[in-house]
Design a protein around this ligand. Structure first.
Ligand code: PLP
Length: 394
């Protein structure tokens, strides 16, 4: 008799044998730049909580108050009985922050991408995607009935060529989808050039600003603000799970976009709305971003200091333009060993290895945090220097 679930163990064993299985580290206490991981005090250099807003007193207080006032859960999907004043307020606030006409909040960034992209294009249309887009865009694209075309990473020239090919093939709607910041290298999509090309070819633009908001542009308004094309991206998608320090996704754009997305995205229609505490915490995070610009400033001061320190030691930090700084070491085994040594020395930063990046481009990916002090950064740099010297890569 065959074992119908035998593949579960076989597949897992294969991953373990190839050293490709996830070994989960456990955070004891809050996600904060000074944390406890697997029982050890560490500086956390791999969290997306860029501004440490998950621990901001105003954000925590808002979550607590919302529980007292509205309870623990929303009770339903929004189109039925789960549309609370808090959800509506959050959408007005995020639209205001992004200087867009309207916004729609999803349960996560992943469900925004996987729920909306397949609705924006259908048979006879084409979606044109950067080759290194995030998995949630890729899954959204896989769910479309439209044709798919891939252009070379962040290459506006290749995008132009692809758009021409798509136009010549007689596609009806064309959708260009790209991450704003690419999370493996910390580099940027040329969103300004992409917008120009889209306008020339009559294509729609969809930019995933997950690692851009709270980081780039005026007071963290994101990549469109950073590259001077605010108001010209058709769909600005984002997440509250990174710099905002909470959880949830959104799209911002026109009123038409909101009405369309609300009526068509199955991940929105068929999945419950945020618990009140989450919606209230997201609103409070927007408040903080709008009133306390020092956090974004500090994030960048820390970023520049840390990058310079790593580069000064001779580490290869790639093509990053953001607080995501990869430390590229080559072989996967070296990246893993470097990460282990850093952890023993009190710095938590994960290795990123093949197949997430090319075989010879394994790295430690560091993500900066606004709440790290200069002394913390010197401690982290010291750990990198000791580990790098010990491994003969410096
Ligand atoms: C570029 C990008 N898009 C989307 C997501 C998904 O966002 P969320 O965590 O809100 O589901 C992520 C998170 O890893 C991301 O990095």
């Amino acid at each position: 008799m065959t074992d119908p679930t035998g593949f579960l163990r076989e597949e897992y064993d294969r991953l373990v044998a190839a050293d490709l299985d996830w070994k989960l580290r456990v955070l004891e206490g809050p996600s904060a730049p000074h944390g406890v991981v697997d029982g050890q005090d560490v500086l956390i250099l791999c969290s997306n909580n860029y501004l440490n807003l998950s621990n901001h007193p105003k954000v925590k207080e808002a979550a607590k108050q919302a529980i007292d006032e509205y309870g623990a859960g929303s009770g339903s999907v929004r189109p039925i009985a789960g549309n609370m004043t808090l959800h509506e307020e959050l959408e007005r606030r995020i639209a205001g922050f992004k200087r867009a006409e309207a916004a729609l909040v999803y349960s996560a960034g992943f469900t925004a991408n996987s729920g909306l992209i397949p609705q924006l294009v259908e048979k006879g249309d084409v979606v044109i995607s950067d080759e290194l887009n995030h998995g949630s865009i890729i899954d959204g694209v896989r769910l479309t009935k439209a044709d798919r075309m891939i252009y070379a990473h962040a290459d506006a020239g290749d995008l132009g060529r692809t758009l021409k090919e798509a136009q010549d093939a007689g596609h009806r709607r064309m959708l260009i989808a790209t991450d704003g910041v690419f999370s493996m290298d910390g580099d940027l999509a040329p969103v300004d050039e992409i917008v120009k090309l889209a306008e020339e070819f009559g294509a729609m633009t969809y930019v995933d600003d997950a690692h851009g908001e709270g980081v780039l542009g005026e007071d963290g308004r994101g990549i469109a603000s950073h590259l001077g094309v605010e108001g010209r991206v058709d769909v600005e998608m984002g997440t509250f799970s990174k710099a905002f320090g909470v959880m949830g996704g959104y799209v911002a754009g026109s009123e038409d976009l909101r009405s369309f997305a609300l009526n068509k995205s199955r991940t929105w229609l068929l999945s419950a709305s945020h618990p009140p505490a989450v919606a209230a915490a997201c609103i409070a995070s927007i408040d903080v971003l709008e009133t306390e610009p020092q956090w974004v400033r500090q994030l960048w001061e820390n970023t520049l200091y840390f990058k310079k320190g790593l580069q000064g030691m001779g580490f290869d930090t790639g093509i990053s333009k953001t607080p995501i700084t990869p430390v590229i070491v080559g072989e996967s085994s070296v990246a893993k060993e470097l990460s282990d040594r850093l952890l023993k020395d009190g710095v938590f930063a994960l290795p990123i290895v093949f197949p997430m990046v090319a075989r010879d481009r394994a790295r430690i990916r560091t993500i900066m945090n606004a709440a790290l002090s200069r002394e913390d950064l010197d401690i982290a740099l010291g750990a990198f220097e000791r580990a790098g010297t010990g491994l003969n890569i410096l």
